[in-house]
Design a protein around this ligand. Structure first.
Ligand SMILES: Cc1ncc(C[n+]2csc(CCOP(=O)(O)OP(=O)(O)O)c2C)c(N)n1
Length: 387
């Protein structure tokens, strides 16, 4: 049998008979970031639903306050590190709000607000960043995967879960979040390729916040946009104004529905801006100008939604005050609970790492136990001498 007689030989057709396997045009992203707020105004027929918008506004106000409180906790020594999502709250809130209970969220270290919006306890969500525990919440019951610090590693996890759900006949969708820098990782490529080949019910949300620590987007990629990367994998790309909460939620809802109906994965690029430094340990003034930050402040996600709600007479000063008071109460509760001393067992470090601990881990655990015993004994002696 010659090569051309083998099954599937059409794939080896000579160049003259070659055709693209898929028309790339429907996969191309929006020409400009999709927007809803401030576009239709009060008369626009496709204006976002008022009730939904008011709810999203409340979540955004809480989200901004949560970011402020978490940043304050780093200054008080109550949180080891905090990668703020200030300025990115629209994407965070939309991602946390759009899923059904049976769906799964796969966040990165910056996406704690998405997890909190999904209904998780913020103290549990922040326990990793506090340095207390591998992960403070139960992924199995919350359907929120652990926060991933190694860039883009959450993406193949999401595809695996989505593919497995499909094989089991469940209509679960996995929404995975990643930064612009994470799109340069091998894991990003592998996840998107597998997702498209398997038609896995996965949605990839790239928050393009302009920077990977100090590296600006133009040094990260030569692609026309990050959403264009979708075409090469054979999935649709969507480009959305990441500060427009209604637009992000709409685009994500469409992608989730498409995935649930068996239509396969979507890549969504939300164009946004990280208003704060990378984390509390970073100094952003070293690599970007105050003018640039100010320009983005004029496109703040809270401003956009507040302006729209006021124009449609769905919000007044009292409503703004009420939302802020509600957010202040949430922040006070978070501060009080984070100020309590956690009770930690140092040997928990070794728990739930591997089903079968490695020889090295067992040795390290024994060493730690011996050190803790020695410390307790010497404390006892010191205490006795004082008495
Ligand atoms: C595999 C890997 N390489 C390097 C790092 C170090 N690192 C931590 S955050 C970061 C920048 C990530 O930027 P981006 O993906 O745009 O996400 P953002 O922090 O802006 O949300 C880098 C390089 C890491 N955590 N993991």
């Amino acid at each position: 049998m010659t090569v051309l007689e083998q099954p599937g030989a059409h794939r080896l057709a000579p160049p003259a008979a070659w055709r693209p396997r898929l028309d790339p045009a429907p996969l191309l992203p929006d020409e400009r970031p999709h927007r809803l707020l401030g576009v239709g105004g009060s008369s626009g027929s496709d204006a976002p639903d008022g009730e939904l918008l008011r709810r999203l506004y409340g979540l955004l106000v809480r989200g901004r306050r949560y970011n402020e409180q978490a940043t304050a906790l780093t200054k008080q020594g109550r949180l080891a590190v905090y990668p703020s999502s200030t300025g990115q709250e629209a994407a965070q809130v939309a991602a946390g709000d759009v899923l059904e209970e049976r769906d799964w969220l796969f966040p990165s270290y910056r996406d704690t607000l998405a997890a909190v919006t999904r209904g998780l306890d913020p103290v549990e969500v922040l326990s990793l960043l506090r340095g207390d525990w591998h992960n403070g919440y139960d992924p199995r019951t919350t359907h929120v995967a652990p926060l991933c610090t190694p860039l883009a590693t959450q993406l193949p996890h999401a595809v695996g879960l989505a593919h497995a759900a499909r094989l089991r006949g469940e209509d679960t969708v996995a929404l995975a979040m990643v930064g612009d820098g994470g799109t340069s990782e091998g894991d990003f490529h592998e996840a998107l390729n597998f997702a498209a080949v398997w038609q896995a019910p996965a949605v990839f949300l790239v928050q393009n916040n302009g920077f990977a620590i100090s590296v600006p987007l133009e040094k990260q990629t030569a692609a026309p946009s990050l959403a264009h990367k979708a075409v090469g994998y054979g999935m649709p790309g969507r480009l959305v104004d990441g500060n427009d909460v209604a637009a992000v939620r709409e685009v994500l809802a469409e992608a989730v529905e498409r995935a649930r109906a068996g239509g396969g994965p979507t890549l969504v690029e939300a164009v946004t801006y990280r208003l704060e430094a990378h984390t509390n340990a970073d100094d952003a003034t070293r690599y970007r100008s105050a003018e640039e930050v100010e320009a983005w402040r004029a496109h703040d996600p809270l401003l956009l939604v507040e302006r729209e709600l006021r124009a449609r007479k769905l919000l007044d000063d009292a409503g703004v005050r009420e939302a802020r008071e509600d957010a202040d109460r949430m922040a006070a509760g978070l501060r009080d609970r984070m100020n309590r001393e956690p009770e930690l067992a140092p040997t928990d470090l070794f728990a739930e790492v591997y089903a079968e601990p490695t020889q090295q881990l067992r040795q390290q655990e024994q060493q730690l136990r011996a050190e803790l015993r020695a410390e307790a004994e010497s404390d006892g002696t010191a205490g006795g001498a004082q008495r």
